[in-house]
Design a binder for this molecule. Structure first.
Ligand SMILES: Nc1ncnc2c1ncn2[C@@H]1O[C@H](COP(=O)(O)OP(=O)(O)OP(=O)(O)O)[C@@H](O)[C@H]1O
Length: 293
């Protein structure tokens, strides 16, 4: 197989991806691959390069390096790419005078893969009314409208940049559940960036951590569970446990300490106390320690 065909087998493949805004390096010679039928969480602290990576994939910003999305180069084949990709850009793009119904008519008119019935199903779970104008909606309701419009488009790749920003927890939970149940299937790929890690981790198939423009962890969720182990270390075993080099530790009430280990078997760690798979949020905090130092 040639290098060109190998790259096009993936939904996204990036190599030596680099993007600098003057002196700021937003993507620092990084690479990754994303296969079809995955829901990927792209997770990183503020300023890590998440939005820049998404913009590069969508052909919205120039960059250096090799990047193929659905077999196309976003720099030169953006129009073709956009037939198969759907993304949520800035929610402010909806004009304030437009009515909910008119926004639906508009997207139905411009997008051949828009499914009006599906959009209406999403909106049926909100307080939005067809005749309401965008300027009469709360911030969260505008996001709901935007999500309903985007989710009704049948795209191979759906890119969601902080999709639930400003939404209350009821809608956030419902949104992710519907994304999984109503939208996702094996022919689709979804990339989500978010800071609300706890709310997405149960729907992700894969996770990528990005720090200072580099992908520092790229793994299927089940591999994360095998690789990282959290141990609730008994007070009298701290030194022995520390000798094995935890990547993080934090004190808990009653003299216990939680330590996080990378790449050690659970059987070896169980002698120090109760073990469990860390949540993505704890893993994220441990991996990113020192980011703001
Ligand atoms: N248009 C721009 N001009 C100059 N610098 C930029 C521009 N866009 C992004 N940057 C810089 O690039 C870096 C990465 O920004 P990016 O928006 O990709 O981060 P992010 O991971 O999406 O952050 P957040 O979680 O805060 O949204 C930051 O240092 C940012 O200041």
């Amino acid at each position: 197989m040639t290098a060109a065909t190998a790259m096009s087998d993936h939904v996204v493949s990036a190599r030596n991806l680099r993007k600098a805004y003057k002196a700021t390096v937003a993507l620092d010679n990084t690479g990754f691959r994303i296969d079809s039928g995955k829901i990927i969480g792209l997770i990183g602290p503020n300023g890590a390069g998440k939005t820049t990576a998404l913009k590069a994939m969508l052909g919205l910003t120039p960059f250096e390096g090799d990047l193929k999305v659905l077999g196309r180069d976003p720099r030169t084949q953006r129009d073709e790419l956009m037939n198969d990709v759907c993304f949520i850009a800035d929610v402010a793009v909806l004009p304030r005078w437009i009515r909910v119904k008119e926004a639906i008519d508009f997207v139905a008119g411009v997008h051949p893969r828009f499914d009006r019935a599906r959009c209406e199903r999403f909106l049926a779970n909100t307080q939005l009314k067809p005749r309401q104008r965008v300027r009469e909606l709360s911030k969260g309701m505008i996001v709901q409208l935007h999500l309903a419009l985007v989710m009704a488009i049948d795209a191979k790749l759906l890119v969601l940049d902080e999709p639930t920003l400003g939404l209350d927890i009821l809608y956030r939970k419902q949104f992710y559940q519907r994304l999984l149940e109503d939208y996702f299937d094996e022919q689709k790929t979804i990339i989500i960036t978010t800071h609300q890690v706890e709310e997405v981790e149960h729907i992700l198939t894969d996770v990528m951590f990005i720090r200072a423009g580099k992908i520092v962890l790229d793994a299927p969720m089940d591999a994360v569970g095998e690789r990282f182990v959290e141990v609730l270390v008994d007070g009298n075993r701290l030194d022995d446990a520390r000798a094995l080099g935890p990547i993080d530790e934090r004190a808990l009430p009653f003299g216990k300490t939680m330590m996080l280990f990378d790449g050690l078997p659970q059987s070896q760690l169980a002698v120090f106390g109760e073990t469990r798979t860390p949540g993505l949020a704890d893993l994220f905090v441990a991996t990113m320690k020192g980011t703001y130092a």
